[in-house]
Design a protein around this ligand. Structure first.
Ligand SMILES: CC(C)(COP(=O)(O)OP(=O)(O)OC[C@H]1O[C@@H](n2cnc3c(N)ncnc32)[C@H](O)[C@@H]1OP(=O)(O)O)[C@@H](O)C(=O)NCCC(=O)NCCS
Length: 319
């Protein structure tokens, strides 16, 4: 399976991209949901599957995919138990640093579950490579699209009532280029005026978002009241809802719920009931999306945990 030349250096790991035919040797080193990536014939741009071989044996795996705002995500880093503490994890991580920097990325980010059994050693490796101290940032919830309906049996009535009271929910496609430009301008103006928090900025979220599913909410006078971003992640074959925001005064009126109701209806149509949807809203924001999603749909989630996050930013001078 492995060329003889790779056996030359007995103690130095060989680090290289792995090919689909090698998938079987690495599948135990990543989560079941990510295993399909190993066998894909071709990966989207800047998606990397990097293997470590020691004396010809598959010893470690690193998976990485593009993140937001030119960050690069470290998705999996795992060294097989018999090969640990021999510098393989560090060699894989170094390769990621070099590649991401050569690709012009701003930095690297890793998010991992608070349930990760061996988080301490992973954190120790990141810390030894200069990554930031981990912070708990988001609650992660995964559903089957069809199950969202169970959390929202009166969805269509609620949406109709909110629309009758002025909710104007439109996708990016329905807004069109001019509407989108006006939305971005107003979003920035609300933040500048202190009427919306910094995290309500759609910049960095809206680029590359799915234009049929990502929504912008206005009132009947045309004032911006919120947005929800949705992405299709082809590498994981799932729909991702990273963030949503509704202006404070509309939250008690149920407009965030209305936005989600609209999103579910559109998702069912586009993704079908068997599609997978994952949300990672920021944790602990009063009246925010995390609390709302958890209350309505938490009982129907197929998986739920909190995410710790750490990052490494490249210096502008190349360091
Ligand atoms: C984390 C992991 C990838 C490290 O791989 P590794 O090849 O054993 O790491 P290295 O030998 O390159 O170690 C590099 C540095 O990381 C730190 N480190 C690694 N393992 C450690 C441990 N068990 N305890 C403390 N520090 C550790 C040390 O600083 C080490 O440097 P040192 O050996 O000079 O002290 C490996 O332990 C692993 O696969 N763990 C389980 C998988 C996992 O949880 N992955 C994260 C989610 S994707």
């Amino acid at each position: 399976m492995t060329p003889r030349s790779q056996k030359a250096a007995a103690t130095e790991p060989v680090i290289r991209d792995i090919v689909p035919s090698e998938a079987v040797h690495f599948s135990g080193l990543t989560a079941p949901a990510l295993r399909t990536v190993l066998g894909e014939a071709a990966l989207p741009a800047d998606c990397w599957r990097i293997g470590a071989f020691l004396e010809g044996e598959p010893a470690g795996l690193l998976l990485s995919a593009p993140g937001f705002e030119t960050m690069q995500d470290l998705t999996t880093l795992m060294v097989a138990p018999g090969f640990r503490r021999r510098g393989i994890g560090r060699a894989l991580l170094n390769t990621l640093h070099q590649r991401a920097q050569a690709a012009g990325k701003r930095g690297l980010v890793a998010r991992w579950s608070n349930r990760l059994p061996r988080a301490q050693e992973f954190q120790a490796l990141l810390a030894s490579a200069g990554w930031s101290a981990p912070v708990e940032t988001r609650r992660r919830m995964t559903w089957r699209v069809g199950d969202w309906r169970k959390g929202f049996p009166r969805r269509d009535q609620i949406l109709a009532r909110l629309r009758a009271h002025g909710l104007n929910d439109r996708s990016l496609a329905e807004l069109g280029p001019e509407g989108l430009a006006a939305f971005r301008k107003e979003n920035a103006a609300l933040i500048a005026a202190g009427r919306a928090p910094e995290w309500a900025s759609a910049e960095g979220w809206i680029e590359g978002a799915d234009s049929d599913l990502s929504l912008v909410l206005h009132d009947r006078d045309g004032a911006l009241c919120g947005w929800i971003a949705v992405y299709y992640q082809p590498q994981w074959q799932r729909w991702f809802v990273p963030q949503g925001w509704v202006v404070r005064e509309k939250v008690p009126q149920g407009w965030l719920v209305g936005g989600i109701a609209s999103l579910i209806a559109r998702l069912e149509e586009k993704a079908g009931p068997e599609g997978q949807i994952i949300a990672q809203p920021p944790a602990g924001i009063a009246g925010g999306m995390e609390a709302m999603l958890h209350r309505h749909f938490g009982p129907y989630a197929v998986a739920m945990d909190f995410l710790n996050e750490s990052e490494f930013l490249f210096r502008r001078d190349g360091g």
